[in-house]
Design a protein around this ligand. Structure first.
Ligand SMILES: C[S@@+](CC[C@H](N)C(=O)[O-])C[C@H]1O[C@@H](n2cnc3c(N)ncnc32)[C@H](O)[C@@H]1O
Ligand SMILES: Nc1nc2[nH]cc(C(=O)O)c2c(=O)[nH]1
Ligand code: SF4
Ligand SMILES: [Mg+2]
Length: 244
């Protein structure tokens, strides 16, 4: 069996060491593994190359220039585990694309690792595979609001959101572009009784200047509502670069 991974360049699987740039574990040295494919198509997705491959025709802003051929690579779970273990940090962040689409293969990969803290970055639409779930320490769930351009019936499934809200390993991380997104988060928080302690807001942006401009009012909004705020440290450190 194999995992389908994203690539940093043709044929090179996106497995790398970096500081966790977002959420409750920000600043912690971690190994990242980025999987290919997604079931959503956010207009502002910073890793759209994970779902831009031959055979996938979802619309995207870079449709005219994007090379679809070079963005995925298959690897055995065993080889992926060996690459992860060799990098050093004892924390693993599994992201994508949407990693929970490959839950069974991920369970086999994590099962071959030495003991590590395992975080999953997910859009929250897919239930964790029963073999993977016991191996996970933290879920960073990022439900997609209306400004993401996804149909709400795909992006915000009430039963799934209720499941995540009831799961103590979950931290919600809402991407925010404008002040009008805040009412949607308030509604979701109240519908699912999400404690502020487990609710992060994060500015949308792939450039430091954009993040700073949005952080100015978003940090205030978080303070006023008892929410947590996270910047995107990796963008400030490395820009919008694959494998960082
Ligand atoms: C690329 S996604 C992969 C995991 C999963 N598909 C998801 O959306 O959570 C990783 C994180 O980056 C966030 N993200 C993607 N593009 C972004 C952007 N332009 N600005 C801010 N956050 C972004 C997502 O919301 C998610 O929290
Ligand atoms: N350094 C760093 N931190 C991250 N936290 C979440 C990321 C992601 O793309 O899921 C990410 C990423 O791509 N890089
Ligand atoms: S759900 Fe995540 S990977 Fe998928 S398009 Fe949205 S931000 Fe990108
Ligand atoms: Mg990222």
């Amino acid at each position: 069996m194999t995992l389908v991974l994203a690539t940093t360049e043709p044929g090179e699987a996106e497995i790398f060491a970096s500081l966790q740039g977002e959420g409750p574990a920000v600043g912690r040295p971690s190994v990242f593994v980025r999987l290919s494919r997604c079931n959503l198509a956010c207009t502002w997705c910073d890793t759209a190359y994970t779902w831009r491959f031959e055979g996938d025709n979802r619309p995207h802003r870079d449709a005219a220039t994007f090379d679809r051929r070079v963005n995925q690579v298959s690897m055995s779970e065993e080889d992926a585990a060996a690459r992860i273990a060799a990098l050093g940090p004892e924390r693993l962040v599994i992201t994508g694309g949407e990693p929970l689409l490959q839950g069974a293969a991920l369970a086999r990969m994590v099962g071959q690792l030495p003991a590590m803290h395992v975080e999953i970055e997910t859009n929250g639409t897919v239930a964790p595979h029963p073999a993977l779930d016991p191996l996970v320490h933290q879920y960073n769930v990022s439900p997609k609001l209306a400004h993401s351009g996804n149909p709400a019936e795909l992006a915000l499934v009430p039963e799934r959101l209720a499941g995540w809200a009831a799961e103590p390993r979950t931290f919600f991380k809402f991407v925010v572009s404008s002040q009008s997104d805040l009412a949607e988060i308030e509604r979701l928080q109240s519908d699912h009784a999400i404690p502020g302690e487990r609710l992060f807001v994060m500015p949308e942006g792939t450039e430091s200047d954009t993040l700073r401009a949005r952080s100015a009012w978003l940090a205030e909004a978080a303070l006023g509502r008892g929410w947590r705020f996270t910047d995107r440290l990796h963008i400030h450190l490395y820009g919008d670069t694959r494998g960082t």
